[in-house]
Design a protein around this ligand. Structure first.
Ligand code: SF4
Length: 375
């Protein structure tokens, strides 16, 4: 299988092979090893990946904190200027592609912030490579992701960096990563948990809830609130945006402004909201869309089966990780401060590494994406 293609590079001493795992993997991959749905195995997964031979194990949730920082800024800027509203989330490639084909007139509504895994790959092959004196050409970035749409995302030309490289080289789905560990007799049920590596190993709770529908918006809202008011939310839990219903309309106070928000999961529901928006351009000011039921915890690459009950447990587990963390706000993550202070020192630099663009697509590409989702 494709998952075996990384076994050679893992043995190659001249390659630095780095793995990152998505927020939604920690509460699902345990199922592949006989654990109950919703068992959180962040440390066990980290240990297992290290055993496979990866040189560094990073947590995509840390990159989600960067996404939150950038996306919150976009949200605040747009609310103040009134331009490109409503703001759409853009970290789900299946949703982005859907919009690029069916609703190209709305492409300016997408936030240009890259998805967390793309930001992580970009930071690894610039900031981290320079810091460690490694030629980025000799770095292979592997992402463990909940879906096959991410395999398409990493090949988007818009993500190509100044050094000619793509941020991420290989995607393994949750199931493929489990198969690889099984093949090497690594059992997450019987392994000592370990911590992920610095500097991208320690996320805020906000970075972890990205895996559940509503989580991307909640994280961005926590930080947007801080950016807009100079204060943190009194109650960090924005519980009203959570849940597994396919369309959830909510009104939130951001300083003296009320933001009409809609949280959507499932492409059919996204289509409904786009039709509503065509009728009434002021229907809402912010929309998060995740193509899969329940968000990435219900992604097509996740352990099978995924029933509504299982999705609920996986999501609850992520909110539980967040609730128990001391660090719950992306803008308080020290790694954010360090990287912006020492590397992303201008808007120009951060835009190159952390932002992207969108273009109208041809039909056949969209159909191919649909086919591959069933694999
Ligand atoms: Fe992938 Fe589904 Fe998550 Fe979109 S919602 S990024 S398609 S797992």
């Amino acid at each position: 299988g494709e998952f075996e293609n990384i076994e050679e590079p893992l043995k190659n001493k001249n390659k630095t092979v780095i793995v990152q795992f998505a927020p939604a993997i920690r509460s699902s991959i345990g199922e592949e090893f006989g654990m109950d749905p919703g068992t959180v195995v962040t440390g066990e997964l980290t240990a297992g990946l290290r055993k496979l031979g990866f040189d560094k194990v990073f947590d995509t949730s840390v990159a989600a904190d960067f996404t939150t920082w950038e996306e919150a800024q976009e949200l605040v800027d747009r609310i103040i200027s009134g331009e490109n509203l409503p703001a759409f989330s853009s970290c789900c490639p299946a949703w982005v592609k859907f919009l690029e084909f069916y609703y190209p007139k709305f492409l300016n509504n997408l936030c240009t912030s890259r998805s967390p895994q793309a930001m992580m790959g970009g930071l690894i092959k610039t900031y981290w490579a320079e810091k460690n004196n490694i030629d980025p050409k000799n770095i292979l970035v592997v992402s463990i992701m909940p879906c096959v749409a991410k395999k398409y995302e990493i090949k988007r030309e818009e993500l190509k960096m100044e050094n000619g490289l793509f941020p991420v080289d290989v995607i393994l789905t949750t199931r493929e990563a489990a198969r690889l560990m099984n093949k090497h007799k690594i059992d997450l049920k019987n392994i000592e948990p370990e911590e992920a590596d610095n500097p991208f190993g320690f996320p805020s709770g906000a970075g972890v809830i990205y895996g559940a529908s509503g989580g991307v918006f909640e994280s961005a809202f926590r930080t947007a609130y801080f950016k807009a008011t100079g204060k943190n939310l009194e109650n960090i839990d924005v519980k009203e945006v959570r849940g597994l219903d396919g369309i959830r309309k909510r009104e939130l106070k951001l300083g003296d402004k009320t933001i009409k928000t809609v949280l959507v999961n499932g492409i059919k529901n996204a289509k409904k909201m786009m039709e509503e928006l065509k009728e009434n351009p002021d229907a809402f000011q912010a929309m998060e869309v995740m193509a899969c039921p329940g968000g990435c915890i219900g992604g097509g690459g996740q352990p099978i089966p995924t029933t509504p009950e299982i999705r609920k447990k996986r999501a609850e587990a992520l909110y539980d990780v967040d609730a128990k963390k001391e660090l719950r706000l992306a803008h308080e993550n020290p790694v954010i401060e360090e990287v912006y202070k020492n590397y992303l020192t201008s808007k120009e630099i951060s835009h190159k590494i952390l932002h992207t663009s969108f273009h109208q697509r041809e039909k056949d590409e969209v159909i191919r994406l649909k086919d591959s989702k069933d694999n």
